[in-house]
Design a protein around this ligand. Structure first.
Ligand SMILES: NC(=O)c1ccc[n+]([C@@H]2O[C@H](COP(=O)([O-])OP(=O)(O)OC[C@H]3O[C@@H](n4cnc5c(N)ncnc54)[C@H](OP(=O)(O)O)[C@@H]3O)[C@@H](O)[C@H]2O)c1
Length: 259
């Protein structure tokens, strides 16, 4: 059956968000696509409109400042856009020594990876609860399973997101909202002459394609929600670190992270 509501995908103009939007268009969801830069967003929206019988709304918004997620939710409600599937995908990760990274950039990361997710979810939930089919997909990361020195604030944002999302899954279960918490490891990017990806070639086994991550997500969504850790190696490393004393993990990770 064709969904008559909208799926909202933040960070939909490239990478994983684009792969979610493509799959949702295949599944005949109407779409709200969000990103900051107009040109790639509009081009992609137009491509989806041409190739699928769905309505596609493209909204340019920067979700990295306090209140931005709330404003976006209010804008959608004002315009009567009924979101039944919320995909909180937009996010980024800063690497480097905490004290040397820009404070304002780190705060933008906290805001985009966490505050915008909370604001959007809170703002859209009342209307989402009224839909027949309803779901939330939160894109976290394997980075959230342990402290990561030299990506300390990023790992903390993903720890927050994973914890928040898994708790929300239980709170919203009785109300019929399916919540999926997605924790990818490394995601492969398309190699172009302008953007070679040597690490992907060297460490191919640890990379998943965006399409693989999306496929695992929809499998778990169909099963009623839960945690998705794509890839056997990622699953294994999360399991294995439970066997190591907690105080040793950051030391081990610091060595790998600094290298
Ligand atoms: N790539 C990985 O290896 C990996 C691994 C684990 C988890 N993840 C998570 O997966 C998600 C997607 O990552 P990705 O690698 O696919 O990202 P990406 O390729 O860098 O794409 C990010 C998307 O978000 C948009 N965006 C960035 N900043 C924004 C802002 N302030 N407000 C609104 N939109 C914004 C970008 O468009 P504009 O620049 O035009 O705004 C773009 O559409 C993130 O949450 C990330 O933490 C990624």
């Amino acid at each position: 059956m064709k969904p008559d509501g909208y799926a909202l995908v933040t960070g939909a103009s490239r990478g994983l968000g684009m792969a979610y939007a493509r799959e949702l268009a295949e599944r005949r969801y109407n779409l709200v696509l969000v990103a900051r830069h107009a040109e790639p967003l509009q081009t992609f929206a137009e491509e989806l409109r041409r190739s699928h019988p769905v309505s596609v709304i493209a909204i340019e918004a920067d979700l990295s400042s306090p209140g931005a997620g709330r404003s976006l939710a209010e804008q959608l409600l004002r315009n009567g856009i009924a979101v039944e599937l919320l995909v909180n995908n937009a996010g980024f990760g800063l690497r480097g020594e905490f004290r040397r990274l820009s404070l304002s950039r780190q705060l933008e990361m906290l805001c985009l990876n966490n505050q915008a997710v909370v604001e959007l979810t809170y703002g859209l939930l009342p209307a989402l609860l009224e839909r027949k089919q309803k779901g939330i997909i939160n894109i976290s990361s394997t980075a959230g399973f342990q402290p990561i020195p030299f990506a300390s604030a990023y790992a903390a944002t993903k720890a927050f997101l994973t914890t928040f999302s898994l708790a929300l899954e239980q709170e919203l279960h009785a109300a019929g909202v399916t919540v999926v918490t997605v924790c990818p490891g490394r995601i492969s990017k398309k190699e172009t002459p302008d953007s070679p990806q040597p690490a992907q070639k060297k460490w191919g086994a640890i990379y998943q394609s965006p399409e693989d991550v999306v496929r695992d997500t929809f499998r778990v969504l169909a099963k009623g929600g839960g945690l998705v850790v794509p890839g056997a190696l990622n699953k294994f490393s999360i399991f294995a670190q439970r066997l190591i004393p907690r105080k040793v993990v950051p030391r081990l990770v610091a060595k790998m992270s600094k290298a």
